[in-house]
Design a protein around this ligand. Structure first.
Ligand code: SF4
Length: 435
């Protein structure tokens, strides 16, 4: 039997799209190998969101070509669309193709499966609801590689989530490039969430990331009353300075962002809110950066993802001047990461001594070898326990906090009937597949 391995770089959307390829190749009779095993075909799904992501993609392709004995190497994903010629220079690459439908038609003579029914190697499954973006923020390459907004049919998504939940996945994470743009015959993101929430086998629904301008009163009201939507939102900020936000072509001011965060925090208790921030955008002065730091210190964000600005071809910001030196970007990202670290620690401190209901990941923490549980509000807790708890909901009492994790113990007092019910239900269904 022919064998195939898949290697994915980048966002949750890429991971979902790799899964559609896995399902298609499997049903065409291929044996799926793990990325560490030798396979006849290696498919590499790449990313180009930053300069570093491109470099990672090239290095991965080179490593696969060098390590494995003459596999058929296919490079797909955003980088394959952006820079065909750089990949072509790597000796040993057989096919460079962004279009996954075409890969399947050309290689195995079948169409790409439009839906997935499991999520290889994961406890929580990602489901793509939308692709593309028309916003053209001045730094962002995604509208050029992913194209115009496209929403998957409402019914197809519902069916997919239902199948995944029935198979024992307790949490589904909705993904897309710009989730707030979701539209299917008048059905908005909030309508979609409302219809998914009532699926009986689904226990948790998470939204991967949502743009600030997509958060309206209706959305907040729905989250407030929901029993299944995780109390966790990732809302890109990008800069805490109005002058820079305008140059970035973002659709909000710092005042609007702060107002929206405050409304969310007032409406939903223990809501975790994370944000992306870019440092070193062209023209970002020391004053602009300082204003960003001050703004972030003032608002109740729980954590930050800090990125150094990376020039992306075809984007408007490539023409902006003056460029910020790499050295200054490094200093600024270091400062902002420190602020983020402090915020994350302070935020989690309020949970010390409390018990959180956590879904246990199917991989142990590499260093401590402890189990990893994730609460609905995205707090990761390490605790001692048996492998049999993987994929289960367990109550964990928080005892300590480190920079990355919380440390806790199984709270025997809170092992409720609900926990037992969940466990029994899951055992009746198929557990999340390894590979
Ligand atoms: S909204 Fe997001 S994906 Fe769209 S252009 Fe802006 S940053 Fe890129």
């Amino acid at each position: 039997m022919n064998t195939v391995s898949f290697h994915t770089i980048g966002c949750k959307l890429n991971q979902y799209e790799t899964q559609t390829l896995i399902d298609t190749f499997r049903s065409a009779g291929f044996c799926i190998k793990s990325p560490k095993e030798v396979a006849d075909v290696c498919i590499i799904n790449t990313c180009c969101v930053t300069h570093t992501a491109e470099q990672t993609a090239r290095n991965l392709v080179r490593r696969i070509v060098r390590l494995y004995p003459k596999p058929y190497v296919v490079v797909t994903g955003c980088y394959a669309r952006l820079d065909h010629s750089s990949i072509k220079k790597i000796r040993g690459v057989d096919l460079i193709e962004y279009d996954k439908e075409k890969i399947c038609r050309d290689m195995i003579n079948v169409g790409l499966k439009p839906t997935i029914s499991s999520f290889s190697g994961h406890t929580r499954a990602f489901v793509k609801i939308q692709d593309g973006c028309n916003n053209f923020c001045s730094f962002c390459i995604l509208p050029f590689v992913r194209g115009k907004p496209f929403s998957r049919p409402h019914k197809e998504i519902l069916q997919e989530v239902e199948t995944i939940a029935e198979r024992g996945y307790m949490e589904v994470i909705l993904t897309g490039i710009n989730l707030g743009d979701y539209r299917d015959n008048g059905c908005t993101l909030t309508d979609l969430l409302r219809s998914i929430e009532v699926l009986p086998d689904l226990y948790r629904l998470r939204i991967s990331s949502i743009e600030p301008h997509s958060i309206g009163e209706q959305f907040v009201d729905f989250l407030k009353g929901s029993k299944k939507i995780c109390r966790h939102l990732h809302i890109p900020l990008q800069s805490g300075d109005d002058e820079i936000l305008k140059k970035m072509r973002r659709r909000y001011t710092t005042e609007q962002y702060a107002r929206m965060i405050s409304l969310l925090k007032r409406s939903i208790s223990d809501l975790t809110i994370g944000a992306d921030v870019i440092v070193g955008f062209p023209g970002e002065s020391e004053e602009n950066f300082q204003r960003t730091c001050d703004f972030i210190r003032q608002i109740p964000l729980s954590y930050l993802h800090v990125f150094r600005y990376s020039t992306r071809p075809r984007t408007e910001a490539t023409t902006f001047r003056p460029n910020v030196s790499e050295e200054v970007k490094k200093i600024r990202s270091g400062k902002l990461r420190e602020i983020g670290k402090k915020k994350w620690r302070e935020y989690r401190t309020r949970f010390l001594g409390k018990t959180l209901q956590c879904l246990v990941e199917n991989k142990r923490d590499r260093e401590s070898k402890k189990l990893v549980g994730i609460s609905d509000n995205y707090i990761k807790v390490l605790f001692e326990g048996q492998d049999s708890l993987m994929g289960e909901f367990v109550p964990i009492q928080i005892e300590n906090i480190t920079d990355k994790f919380c440390i806790g113990t199984l709270d025997k007092r809170k092992e409720t009937t609900e926990n037992t019910k969940l466990t029994q239900k899951k055992r009746k269904t198929q557990p999340p597949a390894g590979l």
